[in-house]
Design a protein around this ligand. Sequence first.
Ligand SMILES: [Fe+2]
Ligand SMILES: [Fe+2]
Length: 169
Amino acid sequence: MDEKMVDALNRQLNAELYSAYLYLSMGTYFESMDMSGFSNWMRVQAQEELAHAMKIHDFIIQRGERVILKRIDSPPTEWESARDAFEHVYSHEQKVTGLINQLVNLALSLGDHATNNFLQWFVAEQVEEEESSSGVLKKVKMAEDSLSALLMLDNELAQRVFTPPTSTK
Ligand SMILES: [Fe+2]
Ligand SMILES: [Fe+2]
């Protein structure tokens, strides 16, 4: 594998771990606000990000290359409101989509079709990530002026469960 591709995949592995860290931090923020359903949604989101990181980890090894674990930045710890936090989730996911697109561009420029094929799972996953985060953001905006609506949304988000991704999904 081209060294540039290995470096870029290792950076993305770090970015996925940072995403997990960011969402765990949002989870503890919501826990401190006694919004345990919102916190649950973030915990599940963090587990998904760890699964993304492991997918990249395993692919690097499968290709006979070396995983290099770098320092993970500290995430923010406070947000102004549920809306502020979900605006952050949505913009963060849009940023990650940009990173995945850059990885695909690099794989194609190197003629690395195996890595391009691997990355297509992430291309599809980012469509879902943007859809789900913007979907919750819309609901938060609708509920933000009513405590009962916000509590109903908290109950809804408490239902989310983590399902590990399979090799094809
Ligand atoms: Fe991710
Ligand atoms: Fe994500």
